[in-house]
Design a binder for this molecule. Structure first.
Ligand SMILES: [Zn+2]
Length: 342
């Protein structure tokens, strides 16, 4: 059985931060009940993958998938899985979670079903969710000093046409014709009285992926200028080919943004094998830290006290950095990602 809902939630937060930690937020939450533990685990992982794919393919944010530690997991859950992203400032953001509740809550709340043998059995439950906090991630992963940079796939406006010398005869008409021509994309024409420079800045601040500049000289030459928001690259293009070129540019920008975020994350991920290294890295280099861990909460707490970094997850993609726990020196059970987090 699957239940899914979108709703607003209110939580008592002492310190709030726009988008990332708000008292009220909109989320999507799903709950399932299964006959077996295997089915529940399968669904938990399936939903984690749905979130990770959405983040990577649509939001252009690469994710690290893994399991939360006992200390960081949802209280009462059998296991919590998470997707973790690195923001541009080197801080981590938990971006979505998927919990396998096992049959703990079913036993506590007496949630049972009748099986094929007509016997009452407890169900195995899962729960998973993603919130408007992910909007904060989009801003902090992709934004620059001029404002937002929105991935083309989610940009409410993908193309802003800005007429140059719009009062000259034929310019506004050409801009509107171009809008018509680009009708397969989400296009607007900025026909306000503001100067082109103002309009450029506004389009950049709002993160609109592409702006198309068209003025009297362009019209004469049957061309327009496409400007990418992320790289500010200017491309002169014939009006006959502009529809295909805009589509191509949006696709390219989408994949470049993911790649750039991946490179940023990977170049801000450090491996450490001693606590001295851990402390120095945490203090001087914002980013993810990979280190081996014995799995004991005492070490997790000590690492947090000494470095300010919390365990983000034990990734599905494990690496063997060392044989022993970075903190206590006992045999390591897992490699974990650590970091200062929002
Ligand atoms: Zn340890």
């Amino acid at each position: 059985k699957v239940y899914n809902q979108w709703c607003s939630v209110v939580r008592w937060e002492k310190t709030t931060r726009p988008f990332l930690r708000t008292m009220e937020f909109l989320w999507q939450e799903g709950h399932t009940a299964h006959a077996t533990a295997e089915e529940a685990e399968e669904r938990t992982i399936q939903m984690l993958n749905v979130y990770a794919d959405f983040c990577e393919k649509v939001l252009a944010i690469p994710m690290i998938k893994g399991k939360k530690s006992e200390k960081e997991k949802f209280a009462g859950a059998h296991a919590t899985y998470t997707i973790e992203a690195l923001m541009h400032d080197g801080k981590a953001l938990q971006s979505g979670t998927s919990h396998n509740f096992g049959d703990g809550f079913a036993r506590a709340f007496d949630i049972q079903y009748t099986d094929k043998e007509n016997k009452l059995q407890y169900v195995y439950q899962t729960s998973w969710g993603m919130t408007t906090r992910i909007i904060g991630a989009i801003i902090m992963v992709h934004g620059d000093n001029s404002g937002l940079v929105l991935p083309p796939r989610i940009a409410p406006t993908q193309v802003m046409i800005i007429p140059i010398n719009q009062n000259k005869e034929g310019v506004m008409e050409a801009a509107l014709r171009l809008k018509e021509k680009l009708g397969t994309y989400r296009v607007k024409v900025d026909d306000s009285d503001k100067s082109p420079g103002w309009k450029f800045s506004e389009q950049e601040m709002r993160g609109i992926p592409i702006r198309v500049e068209i003025g009297p000289k362009d019209i004469e030459a049957n061309q327009a200028v496409i400007v990418r928001r992320d790289t500010r690259e200017k491309i002169m293009v014939s009006l006959d080919e502009i529809t295909a070129k805009v589509g191509e540019t949006l696709e390219k920008m989408q994949s470049d943004m993911l790649e750039r975020a991946r490179v940023h994350r990977d170049t801000h991920t450090y491996s450490v094998t001693t606590m001295e290294e851990f402390e120095k890295t945490a203090a001087e280099k914002p980013g993810f830290i990979k280190a081996m861990w014995c799995g004991e909460e005492a070490c997790e707490n000590e690492i947090k006290d000494r470095t300010g970094a919390t365990s983000r997850c034990m990734p599905f993609e494990q690496e063997h950095i060392a044989d022993t726990c970075v903190c206590c020196g006992k045999p390591a059970k897992t490699m974990a990602y650590w970091g200062k987090a929002y």
